[in-house]
Design a protein around this ligand. Sequence first.
Ligand code: 8LE
Length: 480
Amino acid sequence: MTADTSMEQWTWPPRYDETYRPPEGQTHWLPRRETMPAEQREELILARIRQIMAYAWDNAPFYRRKWDEAGIHPSAIRTLADFEKVPVVRKEELRADQAAHEPFGSYLCVPPDEVKHINGTSGTTGRPTAFGISERDWRSVANAHARVMWAMGIRSSDTVLVASPLSLYWGSWGAYIGAERLGARVFPFGAGAPGQTARTVRWIKQMGVTVLYGTPSYALHLAEVAEEEGIAPASLGLRAMVFSGEPGASIPTIRSRITETFQVGVYDSGSMAEAAPWMNLGAAADEPGVLCWQDLVYTEVCDPVSHQRLPYGAEGTPVYTTLERTSQPMIRLLSNDLTRWEAPSAERGRTYPFLPRGIYGRIDDMFTVRGENVHPSAIDEVVMAAPGYGGEHRIVISRESAMDTLVVQVEYDPRQPEESLPGWVERISGRLRTVLGVGARVVPVRQHTFDRTGFKARRVIDNRELLQRMVTDPPPGSIP
Ligand code: 8LE
């Protein structure tokens, strides 16, 4: 007898039963897909990858050109190891291809009139990239996100408030349609307008919101605003917070700051908007880390240079392949993020690989100070854990006589007596030295010196770039 290798609702092109919802008490939305032996699932994933590559070859000049140049034809991919040789796609290539083939690029695989939803990158510099999403893909994402949110314990009795910008940002819409598909009550509140956070506090209470979706920075900002309004964050009645967009939810000190302040369960999620359903990296328990939901988006943690898949246990950069997207499928999209992955284990309740610290940084955000690689999130982790932390900080890297120096400006809580500041500074710098392996100068600054963000935090100021520009691009009239 051959093993049953079937999975629920697994068709190409994807077609989901929109009337399906598991009984409330059931742990898994699609039990077989989530718990089957990982090797069996990988056989099915390989077959799907072959289908998608053939589909992209037939419908997307972008992929055909790229693979032709690399001497790869979809029919040559017979194993997942073969797939590692497929060249990665970089975000810059997508941007350039869209500029040459407006509006959706030559990787759009459906006729343009089948695009029914538009989103885009929210970057403020350079040409944004448009996401052209067919109705089929929109529904696939909704079904996928409903499934992951179900694993987070969200149910139809929940009221889910989306507290991130409801504009180009796929994050907000993905969370919205997932919660809606799951049968929850959805509240598209948004974020970023002046005074909006204070209104969020009031609406959360009035509407009996139980689940909030946003960024970890937003949650910390919300806590501050609630306190300013005289409302204890823990009294808001929230039960869970679902995060994506930036590191934090899997970084222990930031995470515990949020859980303790709001008395909520915290769930990390998120890969890249291009690779939606971006909850393909999603937690299934109130603990740090995310699972790689491989049958939604096949994730390989790869060597950042060779782009070959690394063994479990290694640190590398995630490369994503969407398995259920037909309009703009992503096949080996390079993230340039950093993570470490672990082998699937049935003990976690789902047989997916696991990223115990989630995504903890970007390769291009990492900087080197006196020979040590420093991830900004490691600094966030230390300063945010310090008792008396005032709510924001900035990381300034500069160069003094050919030596890189690291300065961390940290807001302090005004309830701290001024005379205790030197000791406080000493403790933070000591801790930074231990964690980073290099010394940092800690400068205390008054609370509210720095802007708060309702979205993704930007805390690193690299003055070395400025210096570099002054050297390579001297102002007119200066003596070389
Ligand atoms: C650590 C995933 C989504 C829709 O929330 C999002 O932010 O997508 P976007 O705008 O394309 O940005 C993707 C980048 O945000 C990733 O490459 C990564 O650097 C960061 N990011 C997203 N989610 C997380 C994250 N970093 N943990 C996360 N959970």
